[in-house]
Design a protein around this ligand. Structure first.
Ligand SMILES: [Zn+2]
Ligand SMILES: [Zn+2]
Ligand SMILES: [Zn+2]
Length: 510
């Protein structure tokens, strides 16, 4: 029997969820008023202190897919600004059946006086979906999602939500991303940006074209970085002023933005990244500078006792700060370097300039090309046997990695055998070297672009330069050889994907 939601305020969680699902059968015309729907979301999500109920979130993921699908549909159904404006004015009156005890209780959850509207509902829906996705992204994004379904089926358990990346974009990437852009334009918040970041991590490149052309998301995602920092500064300057935003909450908000920017940098190529920031460069560098200048101030005020109140997991404050700094420095340096901007220490933080200089110097360094190769091998989701064109998508599963090096995927044993002695690009020539380099550099199995400099430095200290160059050249030959099996159009696409690591500041390998 599946576990029941823990009741809060004496309200039955399952009945509340059924009511919410039924109410949003037609997303555009909910059957209940905003107060009632907000009550539904609060009923099982927060305890009376306002803290998230982590157990209930886990139960939602396992047992209430329809509810979560409705939540996502609510957020991704395309409604433009005019429609959202109209909805927030029209959809306020209550015609709910207050003779029903449950409905009456739900109406009483929100304090009187502050009449909720469609934005209130959306804010709470974002909060629920964000919290549900948090464990997914912490455990490795889309692979985990695909893996979850398999594992659960084997154990006869319920599949955890989302069951597949497309669950997050029910109306397709273009329409869904546009819809979220309208919400964000209307009521920007770090929570929204964090949600888009988590979705991006799971859906990967699916969302990128829509994101970079979104009329609202680029500007709002940059602008929102400074908001929690300002909130904290006001709070520090006027300690008597009442504010709900604790230092922990402010830091969590900055981190939500960092999560988004890290995903953006990971999945965009150079052109996409520049397009995303195009026209907002000054605004962007100012936001990065503000964040880097003040994030440690906020961290100093975080009290350990409040740390776990927020589901994003502030946990080790020092770790969180390093994470935020590393994301912002790497991103700002990459954009700075790609744009060929001057080394102006008044305008840019010293850390960013140092990093940008390093990115510049790394052009054509074999260690960088080798890193690019590792990065590509980790994410390109293809069989690496020359002549084979199978992908994770075409066979509907992940491939095993070569057991020798644990880095190179093959769709079958036979493909590994073919690749092992393939003329000119025999895997046996590099298998041991790949393993040795990965071990010596402590390279994660899914490297992030920010790992590149550490990788390069460890290569210099630990590895014979000739071996590095050998791996770099080998993988370039391999990708060329692999692409020759495709027809012309696919070949171009493949080589484009291979050169997608340009975010690292490297030229095409093709
Ligand atoms: Zn009502
Ligand atoms: Zn194959
Ligand atoms: Zn191998």
């Amino acid at each position: 029997m599946s576990p029941k939601l823990h009741p809060v305020r004496g309200i039955d969680g399952e009945a509340t969820i059924n009511l919410f699902v039924a109410s949003l059968e037609d997303i555009r015309n909910p059957k209940h008023c905003p107060a009632c729907l907000t009550g539904c979301l609060l009923a099982f999500f927060h305890n009376t202190n306002g803290a998230y109920l982590l157990d209930n979130i886990a139960i939602l993921r396992e047992n209430h897919h329809l509810f979560l699908d409705r939540c996502v549909a609510f957020l991704t159904l395309e409604r433009d600004l005019a429609e959202l404006d109209a909805a927030s004015e029209e959809w306020i009156g209550c015609e709910c059946d207050l003779n029903d005890a449950l409905i009456r209780k739900l109406h009483d959850i929100l304090p009187k006086g502050d009449e909720p509207d469609i934005n209130t509902v959306s804010r709470h829906v974002v909060s629920v979906v964000h919290a549900v996705l948090q464990p997914v992204r912490e455990k490795g994004g889309v692979h985990k999602v695909a893996h979850n379904a398999e594992k659960a089926a084997k154990q006869g358990k319920n599949v955890l939500w989302p069951t597949k990346p497309a669950d997050l974009l029910p109306y397709g990437p273009d329409s869904s991303v546009r819809a979220m852009g309208y919400w964000i334009e209307r009521a920007p918040s770090a929570l929204w940006i964090g949600l888009v970041g988590s979705m991006l991590e799971i859906c990967k490149r699916t969302m990128i074209p829509a994101l970079i052309t979104s009329p609202y998301i680029p500007e709002k995602s940059i602008g929102i970085v400074e908001v929690p920092i300002m909130v904290h500064m006001v709070r520090t300057a006027e300690p008597r002023r009442k504010s709900a935003a604790t230092p922990a909450a402010c830091l969590a908000d900055v981190k939500r933005c960092a999560v988004f920017f890290l995903q953006l940098q990971t999945f965009c190529d150079r052109h996409e990244l520049l397009k995303f920031f195009s026209g907002q460069e000054d605004f962007f560098f100012r936001a990065m500078k503000t964040a880097l200048d003040f994030v440690r101030d906020i961290a100093r005020d975080v009290k350990p006792s409040t740390a776990r109140l927020d589901v994003i997991g502030i946990g080790e404050t020092e770790q969180e700060v390093s994470y935020i700094e590393s994301v912002f420095v790497t991103l700002a340096a990459t954009v700075h370097c790609h744009l060929g901007l001057p080394f102006d220490s008044k305008k840019y933080t010293a850390l960013v300039l140092a990093h940008s200089l390093a990115v510049l110097k790394t052009d054509k360094d074999p260690a960088i090309i080798a890193f690019q190769a590792f990065y590509q091998l980790a994410f390109h989701e293809r069989c690496c046997s020359p002549g084979c064109t199978e992908t994770f998508a075409s066979l509907g599963r992940k491939f095993s990695l070569c057991s020798g090096c644990s880095r190179v995927p093959f769709c079958s044993k036979q493909c590994l055998t073919t690749a092992w002695k393939y003329p000119n690009v025999a895997h046996k020539d590099v298998c041991k070297k790949i393993k040795a380099v990965a071990l010596a550099t402590k390279l994660p199995s899914k490297p992030a672009p920010k790992d590149v400099l550490q990788f390069r430095d460890r290569c210099r200290a630990e590895i014979d330069e000739a071996d590095i160059a050998d791996i770099a050249m080998h993988v370039q030959r391999l990708f060329k050889e692999m692409s020759s099996a495709f027809d012309e159009e696919d070949k171009i696409q493949f080589l484009e994907n291979v050169s997608r690591c340009e975010t690292l500041g490297i030229e095409d390998v093709a």
